[in-house]
Write a protein that binds this ligand. Structure first.
Ligand code: ADP
Ligand code: MG
Length: 238
């Protein structure tokens, strides 16, 4: 589970088409990176997939089902926000448990799932702390933990590391890649950072002004950029 297909998807805000008819297939288990300059539509595309915005036209299929009319909570996709989206007054355990409590899951099941997520993310010793007592990287892991407990078909990350310092960013990049190896769940990761794209992706989607410039593996794009824009963005010598 975790195949996502976009068919002729467009999105307009006030008559301005910020996503042009766009087609894309994401396979189950793939790590896909959306990369492109600021304002090109990366966040909008992710929000359309998550259901936080409605498409203007076209279709989004999640595991073969038309998701266009499915509300965000029922899409089984987990959006990982930046770490500052944690609840400061709640413990780590309560922050991770939050979506499960919203879903009215029973206490025992919640505790078990929180413990398992904490173990996966090396947070077991921090469950009773509050976000303010954690490092930036630990807070980011709590945000990921809150997504993991929902057992989503796919994780959606929107520039999750942009407010971390450079050293921590490298660390978290490795942790997210490791998590992808462990969970084998589809991940869509938005960034404007070429290095993140090149090191993390199975497949890179290069966007410019609401359109796909090129889709391919990091090596494909590096060796055969379709145009100067892609070459410039990927840092290809061509
Ligand atoms: P990115 O994430 O690549 O920086 P966005 O998806 O945030 O780009 O934005 C793409 C374009 O859509 C930008 O021109 C932005 O101003 C516009 N946009 C995004 N969200 C809205 C909105 N809610 N209302 C109006 N315009 C929007
Ligand atoms: Mg954005």
């Amino acid at each position: 589970m975790g195949q996502i297909i976009l068919k002729d998807v467009t999105k307009s805000f006030g008559g301005v088409e910020v996503i042009k008819p766009l087609n894309l297939e994401i396979e189950d288990g793939e790590f896909v990176v959306f990369v492109g300059p600021s304002g090109c539509g990366k966040s909008t595309l992710l929000r359309l997939i998550a259901g936080l915005e409605d498409v203007t036209s076209g279709q989004i299929l999640i595991d073969g089902q038309d998701a266009t009319a499915t509300p965000p909570a029922r899409r089984k996709l987990a959006m990982v926000f930046q770490s500052y989206a944690l609840y400061p007054h709640m413990t780590v355990a309560k922050n991770i448990a939050f979506p499960l409590r919203m879903a009215k899951m029973d206490r025992k099941t919640i505790d078990a799932k929180v413990r398992q997520a904490a173990a996966t993310l090396n947070l077991t010793d921090y469950l009773h702390r509050r976000p303010g007592q954690l490092s930036g990287g630990q807070r980011q892991r709590v945000a990921i933990g809150r997504a993991i407990v929902r057992e989503p078909a796919a994780f959606l990350f929107d520039e999750p590391l942009s407010n971390l310092d450079a050293a921590l960013r490298v660390n978290m990049r490795l942790e997210i890649s490791q998590l992808h190896n462990d969970l084998e769940t589809t991940m869509i990761y938005v960034t404007h950072d070429q290095v993140e794209a090149m090191t993390m992706a199975d497949k890179i989607v290069v966007l410019s002004a609401g359109q796909i410039e090129q889709v391919g593996s990091p090596l494909d794009l590096y060796r055969n950029p379709r145009n100067k824009f892609v070459a410039g963005f990927i840092g290809s010598p061509k």
